[in-house]
Ligand binder design. Structure first.
Ligand code: ADP
Ligand code: MG
Length: 372
């Protein structure tokens, strides 16, 4: 299940409270150790009038990895991407991509990066082939070279058959793929993909994920913004959880999940009358107090990173005592749990997805108007 984060347009006061939480860096590279950061930011800030879109973010993305910039609407994701891709000047701090400063070396940097923006920058009236050729020409490729590259790229990403059709006949998923494909024309080392799968159906999302994985395999560095927890979980080597212009946590998906307590063992007893006995039998299993839900006949025990051992131990003890279980399972916290624990506001309910994607679209339109 894909769960979008809470899609608010205007942060509520309760959300605002949590921006004072300082970033928690888990398992990161120790400061001071030089690394080949393909994308680096230090104290990066951006104000739009009184709006603090970025409040000082630090990033260090290693070459050849996917970095997930995960956060709800209004978090500052697009602002960061626009600064990294030289489309917007920072108000403070600094940023470098492939060792080039985004302000001082903007011109040189543009030739080294690819961007697929939040709204696919596809020209509807051109064919797929013409769209990519056009981008190639913008990157100063010769007409022949642009055509050759365009053909190659379309072939590679399963768009060859549609190459000579106008983009307006493409499905949403095909358009996004075309847009990402176009960002590859100049063979950039670093790609910025701003919410590449927002609004796509699950099948198209999977296709795009496959495309992204392929690009990483060939050594590209990708910064991917997303509102989808599952997307970050699936694609990103490291994830920064961002909320209201601040990175509130950073680490691998596993590190982020461990940070909120590792796994939980959940047991469902067959006979609720035996729940006390079962709990007693399990005394000492796990790393924390079991919580008992008498009515549901359920016991939850935090087990840290020792899940499988705790599970085996529990089964043995219960068997020895001749007690019966309906079900026993290990649960890994989800990124949902992580986000909730870090920000105090939950990821969105699935049934609200429809409404929220409407809110997102309106928010994006407003954002575009302001930009122009
Ligand atoms: N051009 C702009 N003018 C004024 N405010 C802006 C502009 N662009 C973005 N913002 C504001 O900055 C904040 C971050 O926006 P954005 O980077 O688009 O977030 P995200 O991409 O994570 O949804 C929001 O509060 C948004 O309204
Ligand atoms: Mg955005």
């Amino acid at each position: 299940m894909i769960t979008p984060l809470h899609g608010y347009d205007h942060p509520s006061p309760s959300v605002r409270l949590h921006t004072s939480v300082s970033a928690v860096v888990v398992g990161g590279t120790p400061y001071g150790v030089p690394m080949a950061g393909a994308i680096v930011a230090e104290g990066l800030r951006k104000n739009f009038g009184t709006v603090e879109a970025l409040r000082g973010i630090d990033l260090d993305v290693a070459s050849g990895t996917v970095f997930g910039f995960l956060g709800p609407n209004g978090a500052g994701k697009t602002t960061a991407v626009r600064i990294f891709t030289t489309l917007l000047l920072p108000s403070g701090g600094r940023a470098e991509v492939v060792g080039l400063d985004v302000v001082r070396d903007a011109e040189a940097l543009r030739a080294r990066i690819g961007l697929a923006g939040q709204s696919a920058a596809v020209d509807e009236n051109l064919t797929g082939l013409e769209n990519i050729q056009m981008v190639g020409r913008l990157y100063h490729l010769s007409a022949t070279e642009a055509r050759r590259r365009a053909g190659e790229i379309l072939e590679r990403f399963g768009l060859a058959e549609a190459a000579d059709r106008q983009a307006k006949t493409y499905s949403g998923g095909m358009r996004r793929r075309l847009d990402v494909a176009a960002s590859l024309v100049a063979r950039p080392d670093v790609l910025f993909l701003d919410e590449p799968t927002t609004g796509l159906d699950p099948r198209s999302r999977m296709d795009l994920w496959a495309m992204i994985r392929e690009l990483v395999q060939e050594g590209k560095t990708i910064l991917l913004t997303t509102q989808y927890l599952e997307e970050a979980d699936n694609l990103a080597d490291r994830i920064a959880v961002v909320d209201l212009g601040t990175i509130i946590a950073e680490g691998t998906s596993d590190e982020l999940k461990d940070q909120i307590g590792g796994e939980v063992l959940e047991l469902h007893v067959k006979d609720p009358a035996q729940i006390g006995q079962v709990a007693q039998a399990l005394s000492g299993v796990g790393i924390g107090e079991p919580s008992i839900d008498q009515e549901a006949g359920k016991i939850r025990i935090p087990v840290g990173s020792d899940g499988p051992a705790a599970l085996l131990d529990s089964v043995r003890r219960i068997d020895d005592m001749k007690l019966a279980l309906e079900d026993i399972a290990l649960h890994r916290p989800t990124l949902d749990d992580v986000f909730l624990s870090l920000t105090g506001h939950a990821a969105e309910e699935e049934q609200e997805e429809q409404a929220s994607s409407g809110r997102r679209k309106r928010g994006q339109r407003r954002g575009r108007r302001r930009d122009t």
